[in-house]
Design a protein around this ligand. Structure first.
Ligand SMILES: [Zn+2]
Length: 393
């Protein structure tokens, strides 16, 4: 196990969570149930660095993770998510005034975010998306937007980017400093380039006891302090950092200007306080897992059929922790049609649409991410479907 902090190299790390037999991938299309149930050879040993607060999986093996076109993590079927992303796009285009710029998106998925940044020709922006899991057309918008089914690297220095967008990528990388160093090497004018990063906030997970938000794909978890430490060690100055998405994510704006730009003042990191947050989480984690298992089991015994709503990383992790043998939870509901008809990695629960879940007798659904509660209520009202919704938090 790696005990040294990949961000600050401190040897003082604190092991607080261990899980065996977890699925390697959470967001992967698996049309075969027996294949799905075999995909659970991941080991998670989460360590918190006592010097900088970075949290990492000391047993992460990057050779196990290969992102390809079976990777499916599109959230744009949700109106709530679309509105959230539209807010970010508006901020970048209207408040940040991104015009006539060459924008690179690292880990662009199916390109939805980048398309929104580039689609309006009046802004004169050009987009270059990088993602090995990209499945769409290579060129769009009369050549103003192009995609490479590849990782971004020095090979693409000719693009001469003005803007880098890197959303929900850095938490998948076991050596975040290497990622930041590689980005710098791939930029012709690193001092002129503005970088935008989005990543989950570890403090939100710990403070809200979201035990179903720790999973193998995410080997690196940041808070304000560790992201500032990682960026400053890489020659990046953070110009702004905020919590977004109801506090679940961190949004950081940075530049490789070696401290000459506006600098965020960094509060000294307090290990004692962070350890308290971790220990509070650890204290309730097993209790919460058992409580949920008992609660679902009690409904099951009364012949109710319980689904989880959301077959993304949170839903997959919840199913694996609560019902690893697939005999309590009936199915997983997801509005992404690309996921429907496939199976949850590790457990083999069927992923389906809400109509089908109810047709097969579904009576209850547990909501995996509280941000989607109102949208789910609206969907049920619109479709006139009677399903009792259960909040996880
Ligand atoms: Zn550290």
């Amino acid at each position: 196990m790696n005990l040294n902090c990949p961000v600050c190299d401190s040897k003082h790390s604190y092991l607080f969570l261990e899980r065996k037999n977890t699925p390697i991938f959470q967001n992967i299309i698996i049309p075969d149930q027996s294949v799905a149930t075999q995909l659970k050879d991941g080991k998670i040993s989460l360590l918190a660095c006592q010097e900088c607060g970075f949290v990492f999986n000391g047993d992460f093996n990057e050779n196990k993770i290969i992102y390809n076109q079976a990777y499916e993590n599109c959230q744009f079927h949700s109106n709530y998510f679309n509105n959230y992303v539209s807010g970010l796009i508006e901020y970048l285009l209207e408040e940040y005034k991104i015009r006539n710029s060459r924008i690179i998106e690292i880990g662009c998925g199916q390109g939805e975010f980048l398309k929104k940044l580039v689609e309006n020709p009046k802004y004169g922006n050009y987009g270059f998306g990088f993602d090995p899991s990209y499945r769409g057309e290579d060129i769009l918008f009369d050549g103003r937007l192009s995609f490479q089914k590849d990782y971004y690297s020095e090979k693409y220095i000719d693009i001469d980017a003005d803007i880098i967008v890197c959303r929900h990528v850095i938490e998948h990388i076991s050596d975040p400093l290497m990622l930041l160093g590689n980005i710098r090497k791939a930029l012709r004018n690193p001092k002129e380039t503005i970088l935008f990063f989005e990543t989950p906030c570890i403090n939100w997970i710990l403070e809200n006891h979201v035990f179903w938000d720790f999973f193998y794909e995410h080997c690196s978890y940041f808070n304000m302090n560790s992201i500032l430490t990682a960026f400053s060690s890489s020659g990046l100055t953070i110009r702004q950092i905020n919590h977004i998405f109801e506090g679940q994510y961190l949004w950081a704006e940075a530049a490789f200007d070696s401290g000459t730009g506006n600098r965020i003042t960094q509060e000294p990191f307090c290990w004692r306080e962070f350890k308290q947050v971790i220990d509070n989480f650890v204290k309730v984690e097993n209790l919460m897992v058992n409580n949920w298992r008992n609660k679902i089991s009690a409904l099951h015994q009364r012949n109710y059929k319980v689904a989880i709503w959301g077959a993304g990383a949170k839903g997959v992790t919840f199913a694996n922790l609560i019902d690893p043998n697939c005999n309590l939870i009936n199915c997983a509901i997801d509005i992404n049609p690309n996921k429907q008809g496939n199976y949850i990695p590790g457990t083999g629960h069927l992923i389906t649409n809400v109509e089908s879940a109810v047709r097969k007798g579904g009576t209850h659904a547990i909501i995996m991410n509280p941000n989607y509660m109102s949208e789910i209520q609206e969907i049920l009202a619109l479709k006139n479907i009677d399903l009792k919704l259960i909040k996880l938090m």
